[in-house]
Ligand binder design. Structure first.
Ligand code: 5GP
Ligand code: ZN
Length: 114
């Protein structure tokens, strides 16, 4: 997608601090971190929202969670805990329409979220 911010990060047009990368998945630090660890895990395939995920994307979405697990583990939060969040749509706070999994850790995270 030409005008997608996260596709531009995948293409290297916009720089990002990478935390994980393989053929299908990329993870990088959120530019406006909300916790000591705040990573965004994205598929290299452009998928706008959870509503656009298809059955044949199931393995890809699962790989995003495996990347999240690895990032949290490498940052030392596997045991203390971390939160994964994928917002869908405006009311949920989605601002970038390329699906992404937030991985947050390093402080006490309240529940329910705002
Ligand atoms: P959303 O609100 O869509 O769930 O999350 C989008 C996230 O992308 C936000 O947490 C925001 O800080 C992050 N973000 C927006 N623009 C950029 C950018 O150019 N680089 C990086 N690394 N993160 C960004
Ligand atoms: Zn995209």
């Amino acid at each position: 997608m030409n005008d997608c911010l996260f596709c531009k990060i995948i293409n290297g047009d916009i720089p990002a601090e990478k935390l994980y990368e393989d053929d299908e998945v990329l993870a990088f630090k959120d530019i406006n971190a909300q916790a000591p660890l705040h990573a965004l895990v994205i598929p290299k395939k452009h998928i706008a929202t959870i509503n656009d995920i298809q059955t044949n994307d199931a393995e890809l979405i699962g790989k995003m969670y495996l990347a999240a697990k690895q990032i949290a583990n490498e940052a030392g939060y596997a045991d203390t805990g971390y939160r994964t969040v994928m917002n869908c749509g405006k009311s949920a706070g989605q601002t970038v329409f390329h699906v992404h999994l937030h991985v947050l850790a390093g402080r006490d995270l309240s529940w329910p979220p705002g």
